[in-house]
Write a protein that binds this ligand. Structure first.
Ligand code: ATP
Ligand code: MG
Length: 368
């Protein structure tokens, strides 16, 4: 039997998806053809975030080369060396873990790495890798040097994670075939590849997984001048006229986050267009962002709700995350991963082992 067929069988049989195996006969007959199966799994690979991005024309303003990636000097320095060294040796990049709050450019960097290395990038997210065959199919389909980008990598299930260990370390998949005492492990060789993982929660990664990354890099919030540069760059791509002060006003209210910068720019563009003006300046940018309830530090309605809840209902804290979540009606994960990092960064919240505290600066800002 040829190697190709062996491999196919291994992939097919490796699925330990119990639901699938326990399906009643009738349902099983109706199960999709292998082609449909493949199509389905391809579809789930396009994470929700990417679909939204596409819908919003985000791809147009996403930088595609390292030279267009604004800021993150340390990260770019490290990756530039890694790219040059790998190219000189004609080897794939080492596995890279990127972590940091949402919207700082992790996915963008993974795509840039692929384009700089001249390879393809397969994008997926941990929640889409539900069954062993999902990750096996992806790994087996990679060409030499390709990048596999796994977003939200802290959410991998145990089986998928364990399949990744030998894949990352020895370019090998260990697939269990059969069940119980007759179960056998078969090794499938893989082509050399680079795994780029992204996470907003590095602390939730298991150490065996974390330790298999050769480069672990944190993305920082962006400085005002960097965000201003991003506004000017995006405005240019979107064909929107803007002056320096207008760009700074948008940058100042962007919470150190390029995704927010681009979102605010679009809102200001709408405002300016409807007001019949042809150039964004500081006054128009302020008016538009005030209208959207984004204050002069970039805090929105939910940020202010979180802060005022800690200050007013819990006397400034310390208060646990779950208590804040139920008092505000927000999901505790969203508060922890989306809102809190910036409030911590600007010193409006402190984290103690007894819970969160709102600082006097937060009180001053909210005038409570
Ligand atoms: N360094 C940068 N220079 C210019 N634009 C950037 C930069 N980083 C990010 N962006 C812009 O911000 C948007 C969001 O970035 P990206 O999707 O890479 O964030 P992320 O870190 O992957 O977020 P998440 O954790 O939510 O997945 C991109 O579409 C891109 O246009
Ligand atoms: Mg992303």
């Amino acid at each position: 039997m040829s190697k190709k067929i062996d491999l196919k069988m291994a992939i097919k049989r490796s699925s330990s998806d119990k639901k699938q195996e326990k399906l009643p006969r009738q349902r099983k007959n109706k199960s999709p053809s292998p082609q449909n199966n493949q199509k389905e799994s391809q579809e789930i690979l396009l994470s929700r975030e990417i679909k939204e991005d596409l819908a919003q024309n985000e791809e147009k303003i996403r930088p595609h080369q390292l030279k267009d990636y604004v800021g993150q000097k340390d990260l770019k320095g490290v990756l530039n060396i890694a790219i040059m060294a790998a190219k000189q040796r004609d080897e794939p990049l080492d596995h890279i873990l990127l972590y940091g709050p949402p919207g700082l450019g992790k996915t963008t960097m993974a795509l840039i790495l692929a384009s700089e290395m001249g390879v393809s990038c397969k994008i997926t997210a941990a929640p889409a890798l539900e069954r062993p065959r999902d990750i096996i199919g992806l790994l087996v389909g990679l060409q030499p040097g390709d990048i596999l980008f796994i977003d939200e990598i802290h959410r991998l299930n145990r089986v998928t994670e364990e399949l990744l260990y030998p894949a990352m370390e020895d370019k090998r998949l260990d697939v269990t075939i059969g069940k119980g005492q007759s179960a056998k492990i078969r090794s499938i060789p893989l082509k050399p590849f680079t795994l780029v993982g992204a996470t907003t929660k590095i602390g939730s990664l298991t150490s065996p997984l974390r330790d298999r990354f050769g480069l672990i890099q944190r993305l920082q919030f962006y400085e005002l001048d960097e965000l201003t540069e991003i506004v000017l760059r995006s405005a240019n791509i979107l064909n929107v006229a803007i002056d320096q002060c207008g760009a700074q006003e948008i940058a100042r209210r962007s919470r150190g986050t390029p995704r927010i910068t681009n979102r605010l720019l679009r809102r200001v563009r709408d405002y300016v267009q409807v007001k019949g003006k042809n150039k964004i300046d500081q006054v128009l940018a302020s008016e538009a962002l005030d209208l959207h309830n984004v204050d002069r530090l970039g805090l929105d309605w939910t940020d202010r709700l979180v802060l005022s809840t800690i200050i007013e209902q819990f006397k400034g804290g310390p208060v646990g995350l779950d208590a804040i979540a139920s008092a505000t009606g927000e999901d505790s994960k969203t508060i922890e991963e989306v809102y809190e990092p910036y409030l911590l960064q600007i010193g409006f919240i402190n984290r103690t082992n007894r819970g969160r505290i709102a600082t006097p600066e937060a009180q001053q800002h909210l005038k409570i």
